[in-house]
Design a binder for this molecule. Sequence first.
Ligand code: GDP
Ligand code: IMO
Ligand code: MG
Length: 424
Amino acid sequence: MARSVTVVVGTQWGDEGKGKLVDLLSTETDLCMRFQGGGNAGHTVINNYGDFKLHLVPCGIFNPDCMCIMGTGTVVDPQDLLSELANLKQHSVAIDNLFVSDRAHVVMPYHKLLDKVEDDARGVYRVGTTGRGIGPAYTDKVARIGIRFHDLLHESVLRDKLTVVLRHHNALLTHIYNQPPFDEAQILADCLSWGEQLKTRIVDTVPIVRSALHSDKTIILEGQLSAMKDLDWGSYPFVTSSSPTAAGAAVGSGIPPRDIDRIIGVAKAYSTQVGTGPMPTELQDAMGDHLRQLGGEYGATTGRPRRVGWFDTIVTRYVAEINGCTDISITKLDILDTLEEIPVCTAYRYQGELITELPDPVLHDKCEPIYEILPGWQQSTREARSLQDLPRNARAYLERLAELVQVPIHSVGVGPERNQTLII
Ligand code: GDP
Ligand code: IMO
Ligand code: MG
């Protein structure tokens, strides 16, 4: 098979069903890499091994012939990674193929505490983070005081770095946030223990990627979250601290942009969001509660009820453009099965004017959605196994979304199981 590099990205606010698609595609994949983020992700995979919510480990892990890597652009809590691996092993999943880039950053206990107290201090600009220490870990990376996985294997380097970083964070925690300080000796001991337990998995990814690219391997770059939570392109400041876009995939995996062949944007057939930030199509009424129940829309990482709304083609078209999506995968079509009518947002009204471009978040928050109402199909799609099996109105709904988003459809999800994806 010819070499192929596919990036899977979210096109809304996260939780579109990226994990399920990556699990399916990984059955024929040699290398699966996460390129950004950390334990904030919650990727649900349901297959023969069981029902999993993967926070850190790439969803290719269920294929024993697929090498899985936490890429250089990720931030990883070693203790959480060890627990996730132990759980997978308990379910008879082969975990020997999981590696972590030596350049990936370590999420420390102080990052998790800082995440909480800093978010509480943001007032009306509170992000509602997942509390997994993501923002503070990336802040240390950018400030050039972060600890990398390679450091876990070098005690003297660790000692020197920890002294600097803890002096800084302990001052902040005790003086600004009234929290107890972290003990340097304890953190050093934890780091050395994590290094010892993970040493065979900490690798330089450059030769691995080079060899994969030169030997016609199939590669998937698994994004978490979506461009609407991208640090540059999302609803700043209600965003995460990394770039979950296709461009971010190149940076975070070390795969040159010109080697990327396909960019699949994953979009739910309606919208959800966890955390704060603009969402013009949000339903804060009984219909919203109904859709949340139908879709089981509760956060995979925090268990929080997800905000729910109609499909917003302004958002997904913008995200598809930013990412250069070659394909789109529509998930959870089955959740709309019982509805008589399905509104789709095709424009916004802002101060009396019609807008079809995504505005700045400050204005986005005040936009009123303009809907096109499409007829429902009111029959189950869950047993469908090809596009032809879908009711006519369901096909018309999909065609209209593809037309508005301006990207052809790659696949359609009609249920949470691996075999409930129709590849077009
Ligand atoms: P991710 O973060 O993008 O991987 O998505 P999550 O796993 O957080 O959320 C997606 C949820 O929808 C999970 O509970 C999946 O099991 C479920 N899911 C994914 N695709 C489908 C689908 O096509 N139909 C239904 N009913 N559920 C789906
Ligand atoms: P997956 O990969 C949904 C949201 C948080 C918050 C913002 C920043 O499952 O799609 P962070 O903890 O990253 O500093 O939080 O991003 N968020 C997610 N929402 N799914 C996720 O991951 C998320 N990861 C972060 O709720 O609004
Ligand atoms: Mg998720």
